[in-house]
Design a binder for this molecule. Structure first.
Ligand code: PGA
Length: 250
């Protein structure tokens, strides 16, 4: 079965609920009846409910950008998978490089979150990717293997089907420097081969691997033309309805 392409918006810490509502007013008509790709928008926590209400019936799914691994507890400032499910979120981004960099998230922590997300039927979009110094030192593959093994540790092949992986080279995020389709494709190949080792060929072949890092309307087509690239995780260019719709229509 061919892998259904998957285009996700990561709004990061942008947009109030009113601004989120405005986005959907513009965006939904631009992607009405769009069947080819799965479309997911991940606003900040305070806009998730508004986004769900706005997107109901549209085929656009709504996710969170992070969650805690525990179901509940004394974790001030955190949000659980149960809470996200209760308001109707269906997806969650885990281990984004900004979470790794600014909030000290490790592969171990991301692995715990991934297990919780799967238990609670949230579709996880798990991020991996090297920083510039690692790429320049020729360590990209090593980093990707370490992260892939770390985040997937202890996950059974039978439970792995919902997992989506996003390859986001940190040097390409928000910098306007996109990985070339070839660079992205090679990295995806490394991740997919490792997933085949860990979870078997069947899981690896149906796994969607998204590319993220300065995806824009004018480079989305070339990236999506690569057989190894199954979708995009879009930051900056997802904030504007026109621009994100153009990417969806790559
Ligand atoms: P960018 O962000 O598209 O603004 O580079 C991508 C991401 O961080 O998910």
């Amino acid at each position: 079965m061919p892998r259904k392409p998957f285009i996700a918006a990561n709004w990061k810490m942008y947009k109030t609920p009113a601004q989120a509502q405005d986005f959907f007013k513009g965006f939904l008509s631009l992607v009405a009846n769009h069947q080819r790709d799965e479309i997911v928008v991940c606003p900040s926590f305070t806009s998730i409910s508004v986004a769900i209400a706005a997107a109901t019936g549209s085929g656009v799914a709504i996710g969170a950008q992070n969650m805690h691994f525990a179901e509940e507890g004394a974790y001030t400032g955190e949000t659980s998978a149960l809470m996200l499910r209760a308001i109707g979120a269906t997806h969650v981004i885990l281990g984004h490089s900004e979470r790794r960099q600014y909030f000290a998230e490790t592969d171990d922590l991301i692995n715990k979150k991934l297990k919780t997300a799967l238990q609670h039927h949230l579709i996880p979009i798990v991020c991996v990717g090297e920083v510039l110094a690692e790429r320049e030192a020729g360590k990209t593959d090593e980093v990707l293997l370490r992260q892939t093994r770390g985040v997937l540790a202890g996950i059974a092949a039978a439970d792995a089907a919902p997992i989506v992986i996003a390859y986001e080279p940190v040097w390409a995020i928000g910098t306007g420097k996109t990985a070339t389709p070839q660079i992205a494709s090679e990295a995806h190949g490394v991740v997919r081969a490792e997933v085949a080792q860990l979870l078997g060929r069947e899981v690896a072949e149906s796994l969607r691997i998204l590319y993220g890092g300065s995806v824009k309307p004018d480079n989305a087509t070339a990236l999506m033309a690569e057989a190894e690239i199954d979708g995009a995780l879009v930051g900056g260019a997802s904030l504007d309805p026109q621009s994100f719709a153009k990417i969806v229509h790559y």
